[in-house]
Design a protein around this ligand. Structure first.
Ligand code: ZN
Length: 132
């Protein structure tokens, strides 16, 4: 079951410059950096109330974020909802005819299990499901 909005993922070219903007100019609470080498990402994490803002910078030429920036430029990449069981939610949505990018959850930032729904089934918004 989807419980709440968890985070917003933003594709960025220059993570350090954007961290300065979000931390020093907007004044948001900076939670730190995390590298996800298997997804080709370096992430800067901010928290506003209990919703995270994840700034996503590509660190490998074939990462999904690198390809996104090449096609569409920087900006909002995805919105993530927290679920108490990502796999159960994927199974339910698939049975309802929703196209999935991930049939099973994969590792995300902060030890989360994550999975993406296909934008073709979500009116072109990339939606992620995540779970601790
Ligand atoms: Zn995410």
């Amino acid at each position: 079951m989807i419980k709440k909005n968890d985070h917003i993922g933003i594709a960025v070219k220059d993570l350090d410059a954007q961290v300065v903007f979000y931390r020093d100019i907007l004044g948001l609470e900076f939670h730190g950096y995390e590298e996800l080498p298997d997804r080709g990402l370096k992430v800067g994490i901010f928290i506003v109330n209990d919703i995270r803002i994840e700034l996503l910078q590509s660190i490998s030429s074939d990462s999904a974020i690198g390809q996104f920036i090449e096609k569409k430029g920087e900006g909002i990449h995805h919105i993530a909802f927290y679920s108490d069981s990502v796999q159960a939610e994927l199974d339910r949505l698939k049975a309802a005819g929703v196209k999935l990018i991930d049939e099973t959850p994969k590792p995300g930032a902060e030890g989360m299990k994550i999975a993406f729904l296909h934008p073709k089934s979500t009116f072109r918004v990339l939606l992620e499901l995540c779970q601790k």
